[in-house]
Design a protein around this ligand. Structure first.
Ligand code: ADP
Ligand code: AMP
Length: 213
């Protein structure tokens, strides 16, 4: 089962992708997480990606495509995966379709987590992430048991640099210009589904499971 998660930054793609990954036993692949790991490890790719990410811009397709194609060729992807944050542009989606077609396969479900822009700033300003295991929390909607500490691995939670209000606005406008057109792209491919992302996260998850089942 190959799934693409679509939706604005902060809509809850990562939260849902993690739940789907646990239930269906397929990996969650987040290009944002891979870039952040590269930044932490001070790789050349990380240095290049950081300058774009800090400004709320997309990392250029040529850097992103090599990275994702390499990841999708790994053994744990054989039974499927959930793409979280990729593709984000039409050229990325076309490159993915082409790579899958070369293996006689395709995306089974593109799921748009719909959240209006006015809810996004609150979602992102309250987001806290675990830099070690990648778990995501919200100070109001999904607080960890102990404030500031990851429930899963005990690490100290951090706030993402690009979750500041001014960067959030830029990321939203980049989303509308470059990523939202993917909804039409996957509709044309016949695999587009939407869920109401303003519901509580367990309800959103149930709606997604109803689509996948
Ligand atoms: P994305 O991966 O789309 O950028 P996240 O999954 O990181 O978004 O979610 C953004 C923030 O919103 C996080 O703090 C998360 O805990 C919170 N969140 C996710 N889904 C919901 C929901 N259905 N209701 C309220 N808050 C949510
Ligand atoms: P995310 O963790 O999905 O919110 O992504 C954080 C940032 O990483 C984005 O704002 C982009 O700068 C960059 N990024 C992640 N995925 C992609 C992608 N598929 N294409 C280009 N840039 C990306």
């Amino acid at each position: 089962m190959k799934i693409v998660m679509l939706g604005a930054p902060g809509a809850g793609k990562g939260t849902q992708a993690r739940m789907i990954s646990e239930k269906y036993g397929i990996p969650q692949i987040s290009t944002g997480d891979i870039f952040r790991a590269n930044i932490r490890n001070q790789t050349e790719l990380g240095q290049k990606a950081k300058s774009y990410m800090d400004q709320g811009l997309l990392v250029p397709d040529e850097l992103t495509l090599d990275l994702i194609m390499d990841r999708l060729s790994q053994d744990d992807c054989a039974k499927g995966y959930i793409l979280d944050g990729f593709p984000r542009t039409i050229p990325q989606a076309e490159a993915l379709t082409k790579a899958l077609e070369a293996h006689d396969t395709k995306i089974d479900y593109a799921i748009d987590v719909e959240v209006p822009d006015e809810n996004i700033v609150e979602r992102m300003s309250g987001r806290r992430s675990c830099p070690i295991c990648g778990a995501t929390y919200h100070i109001r909607y999904n607080a960890p048991v102990k404030e500031g500490i990851c429930d899963e691995c005990g690490a100290e939670l951090t706030q993402r640099e690009d979750d500041k209000a001014e960067t959030v606005q830029k990321r939203l406008s980049v989303y509308h210009a470059s990523t939202q057109p993917l909804i039409e792209y996957y509709r044309t491919q016949g695999c587009m589904y939407s869920v109401d992302g303003t519901k509580p996260m367990d309800d959103v998850f149930n709606d997604i499971c109803a689509i996948l089942n």
